[in-house]
Each structure stands twice: as structure tokens, then as C-alpha cells.
Design a protein around this ligand. Structure first.
Ligand code: CDT
Length: 303
């Protein structure tokens, strides 16, 4: 059967003053460990290169710009690409992107897919941006993704590469069923997700105390209901006063978790993914062509 050995390379906290160079050294170490355990594809978190800066309300443009990448790879990230090429390992990397489109600056929460030759073969810009576009009074921790980013303009694409069909999502996207379904309808077999999830992300203790359960629930349901492997990777741990959950995991198309991180530090988890498992569910309970009833779903896209 067709298989790919995939890894989630969870990162522990990144401090505000940590340099890109120091972070990339950690990524290279994780890549090396993943390769030594047989991985062919490694998934890094959302906004991998810096601390999770949307927790702060910054107003100085230079201070803000310092968190974004204007080229990929750039001088700091090139060693990661070179190592991946040498190890023949593909990767997913999330970062803050400052793009100039038609002469206008745009800011996106972005992930790229790099193949085993070190070439960028796919780009995704986060569509579901959680939080607010201005600071919320009374909250100790802010979540200002709508202030720092605009919604992605590339849709949910599926990339044929590394012997499979891969889709990408970023953090909050994983909670929305539409994310997985659009890519599954395009034939994805694997969905890669990086995330940063603070344990107080809603500000309501009743919900926040269920944060890890909701992480698991979303990823397992997304995998099963869409017959996809899901590789989900956290940035975790105590980061600048925020507690980010870990629980990086690899979920099979059956919805079963086949590997999960046990720490909130830098940690690699690996699983051999049988890609034909995606087809198995799609030929049976989730045979979309035979069983879906799109006429009954119109409201979902009409409102
Ligand atoms: N990064 C990200 O999208 N985090 C959200 C939590 C914040 S909601 C205000 C998530 O869905 O995990």
C-alpha cells in the first residue's frame, strides 16, 4: 500500500526577544530528529518563527513589521530549506507574511508546503481569523488576529506532491467543518495544521476548561468525517505570560489518534500513514458521490 511517514514537530515557547536564527536552529534540530526516525514530511506550527505576537496591541509600524517575513526563504530561513533538501524531507511551515500585491501591502497568516527537494509547492493563507480587530477591555490576554492579518485570499487548495494530495489549514480553521470538507471534495488525503491555542482563548472559564477536549474533538471529527489523515502541530508551553496547549497529534482517517505529544516543549511525534486508508472510508461510509446531498446544504453557502 501507499504510505508516507509523517511527523509533527511541536515547538515549546518562543520568547519575544528570541532571534529568528535561534528559532531556525531549533527547527533544524527537530527536522534532524524527525529524519532519523524515518519521517518524509514534517509539520511545524502556526507562526513558527516568532512568539505569538497577536496577544499584544502594538502600534509602532516598525515594531509590527519585525514580526513578518517579506521573503521565503529569506537569509534566516534558508538553512532550514537547505537542511530539508539534504535530508530529503518535506515540511509545512507557518509564518506571518508581508506581501506586496499590485503595489499594495497585505498581511497574512500563512503556511507553505515544501517538497523533498526544498521547493515551495504550495501556499495557504489563513481564512478563519479568530479574535478581534481592536483590544478588548477587561481581558488580560488579547487576541488580535483581525488587527494583524486579513483573511486569506487563496482558498483551500490541494497540492499533489510527495506521492499524495495535501491540503493545509491554520489553527482556528481546524474548528470549522467546511475547512476539511472543501479540501476533501478536492481529493485531499492529508490535511496539515499548525496552531497556537492559549488555554484562556475565549475568556469564558466554562469553555476554556474544555480547550484540550475541543482541540481533540475538532481534529478527530475533521479526519473521520472527511476520510483524511490530519497532522496537527502546536506551539506550546508558557510563552510570554500565556499558556499554550500542546497535544500535537496525528489522526488517522478512522478518527483514531495514532500519536500525540506528551510535553509542551520541543517534541517530535512520528507515524506511518497508510494513504489507502483515506480511500477506504471514501469508498464506504463517506462515498461523497453516492451519499452527499448538496441540495439540502445550500443554506451553508447562501448566508
Ligand atoms: N491562533 C488561533 O487561531 N488560535 C485560536 C484561539 C484564539 S480564539 C480568540 C484557536 O482557535 O485555537
Amino acid at each position: 500500500s501507499r504510505t508516507i511517514v509523517a511527523a509533527a514537530a511541536q515547538l515549546g515557547p518562543i520568547a519575544r526577544l528570541d532571534t529568528r536564527k535561534a528559532v531556525v536552529e531549533r527547527l533544524i534540530a527537530l527536522l534532524g530528529e524527525a529524519a532519523s526516525r524515518g519521517a518524509e514530511l514534517v509539520v511545524f506550527p502556526e507562526l513558527t518563527l516568532t512568539t505569538f505576537f497577536p496577544r499584544w496591541h502594538m502600534t509602532d509600524p516598525d515594531e509590527i513589521d519585525a514580526f513578518y517575513e517579506t521573503e521565503m526563504p529569506g537569509p534566516d530561513t534558508r538553512p532550514l530549506f537547505e537542511t530539508a533538501r539534504r535530508l530529503k524531507i518535506g515540511f509545512y511551515l507557518g509564518y506571518a507574511e508581508l506581501a506586496v500585491e499590485n503595489g499594495v501591502k497585505h498581511r497574512y497568516n500563512t503556511a507553505i508546503l515544501v517538497d523533498r527537494n526544498g521547493e515551495i509547492v504550495g501556499t495557504y493563507r489563513k481564512i478563519h481569523l479568530p479574535g478581534w480587530d481592536r483590544p478588548q477591555p477587561g481581558r488580560t490576554a488579547q487576541h488580535l488576529e483581525k488587527y494583524y492579518f486579513e483573511p486569506g485570499n487563496l482558498g483551500f487548495k490541494v497540492f499533489e506532491t510527495m506521492g499524495t494530495r495535501i491540503g493545509m489549514a491554520i489553527c482556528n480553521d481546524r474548528r470549522w467543518p467546511e475547512t476539511y470538507r472543501v479540501m476533501a471534495l478536492k481529493g485531499s488525503e492529508m490535511i496539515l495544521v499548525g496552531y497556537n491555542t492559549p488555554d484562556d482563548h475565549t475568556g469564558h472559564f466554562d469553555f476554556d476548561s474544555l480547550t484540550q477536549f475541543h482541540n481533540q474533538l475538532s481534529l478527530q471529527a475533521g479526519a473521520y468525517q472527511n476520510s483524511n489523515w490530519v497532522i496537527a502541530t502546536a506551539k506550546a508551553g508558557h510563552e510570554e505570560g500565556s499558556n499554550l496547549i500542546g497535544q500535537s497529534m496525528i489522526v488517522a482517517p478512522s478518527g483514531q489518534i495514532v500519536a500525540m505529544a506528551t510535553s509542551t516543549a520541543d517534541e517530535v511525534i512520528v507515524a506511518k500513514c497508510d494513504l489507502d486508508m483515506a480511500a477506504l472510508y471514501r469508498k464506504t461510509i463517506f462515498d461523497f458521490a453516492r451519499h452527499r446531498e448538496p441540495e439540502a446544504y445550500r443554506l451553508i453557502v447562501e448566508t
